[in-house]
Design a protein around this ligand. Structure first.
Ligand code: PHE
Length: 345
């Protein structure tokens, strides 16, 4: 009986030739596995008579060897096939180079500005790029008919097919309003971010650019504080000895207002194309926060006063790196981008 089984399985083993991994594994489990045929046959062998054992013992061992050898030789063949099919790799070839990214010049300049103001205790505040009329204009004292609200400058957003009071922010002063509305003085923060204006794209103008605005509100803040803060900022950013000058100006949200010029960073005041031979270049707008703005944001203007300022990061980068065409900043040409390094990196 046992002899019959062995003969039958020997035939099966002999005719098995595949080297396919899954079939080979099935073969192993079937014959050599812990619950496999060989194990089974050896179990049966225990109940065979002692005379039969003498003969069958040898047959059984041969059968076991046959299964093991078959499996091993097919397995070896399978591995050999795999190696043949494998793609040959030459490990001595040099590796493929990859480029290390660089920080965007605007990000470098922004980082530097944030660094400098943080030394004076200014924190970074951020707000939404899609704003309502209140935060971008009304709270900031823009009269109803002010030309900056005009479609010329502002990208209004349609709501239900109609132009409503939602727009892309035109400056980050809107973040100052949000900050003042939701907190209590003192405030000391800068607001970096992207702003949008409806301008034709050229070397000198773009429909979006980046700003850092700043706000300081506390008791007894004066124009002297404003001047000293901005003077310090400029010395840190462009080096000691950089001169500043303030020219009276107008912004709806500050009174008095000024524009600040610095001695030209390119020619050091001698006169060049950058400063149009005046020796000075304008870098920012500033002023004392108009009491109306403080009141609009729920702050007692009799008790508190403050100053604000705002600058374009592109402009600052332009004066630092002499990048004359604004379009370069948004073209993502890596040949342009990887040229810039900052003193702070
Ligand atoms: N918000 C002004 C602008 O976008 C800049 C500014 C900020 C001027 C704060 C004065 C005070 O041009």
């Amino acid at each position: 009986m046992l002899q019959g089984k062995i003969t039958q399985y020997t035939e099966e083993i002999d005719s098995f030739t595949t080297t396919k991994a899954d079939e080979l594994e099935r073969f192993r489990i079937k014959f050599l596995g812990t619950k496999g045929i060989i194990k089974d046959i050896f179990e049966d062998f225990k109940s065979v008579s002692p005379e039969e054992k003498k003969v069958l013992g040898k047959v059984l061992n041969q059968f076991k060897q046959l299964a093991e050898q078959k499996y091993q030789s097919l397995k070896d063949q399978e591995n050999a096939d795999d190696t043949e099919n494998a793609v040959s790799i030459d490990l001595t070839l040099p590796g493929e180079g990859f480029e290390i990214g660089a920080r965007h010049p605007l990000a470098l300049v922004r980082k530097e500005i944030v660094e400098i103001f943080s030394r004076l205790g200014f924190v970074v505040e951020e707000g939404p790029e899609i704003e309502d009329d209140w935060h971008n204009f009304s709270a900031l004292n823009f009269p109803e008919e002010h030309p900056a609200r005009d479609m010329q400058d502002t990208f209004f957003i349609k709501k239900g097919g109609e132009l409503g009071d939602i727009a892309l922010r035109t400056h980050t002063s809107s973040v100052q309003v949000r900050m003042m509305e939701s907190g209590k003085p003192p405030f000391r923060a800068i607001m970096p971010g992207r702003v949008y204006r409806n301008e034709a794209i050229s070397a000198r103008a773009h429909c979006f650019f980046h700003q850092v605005e700043g706000l300081y509100v506390d008791e007894n803040v004066s124009f002297a504080d404003l001047k000293q803060t901005l003077f310090y900022f400029v010395q840190e950013l462009y080096g000691e000895g950089t001169k500043v000058r303030f020219r009276p100006s107008y912004f709806p949200f500050t009174e008095p207002s000024a524009e600040m010029d610095i001695s030209c960073t390119i020619c050091k005041g001698a006169g060049c194309q950058m400063c149009k031979y005046s020796g000075y270049v304008e870098i920012l707008g500033c002023g004392m926060v108009d009491p109306n703005v403080l009141e609009n944001c729920g702050i007692d203007s009799k008790k508190y006063s403050g100053f604000a300022f705002g600058m374009g990061i592109e402009r600052i980068a332009n004066l630092k790196f002499e990048i004359k065409d604004l379009r370069l900043f948004s073209e993502n040409d890596t040949r342009f981008l990887k040229q810039y390094k900052s003193s702070l990196i």
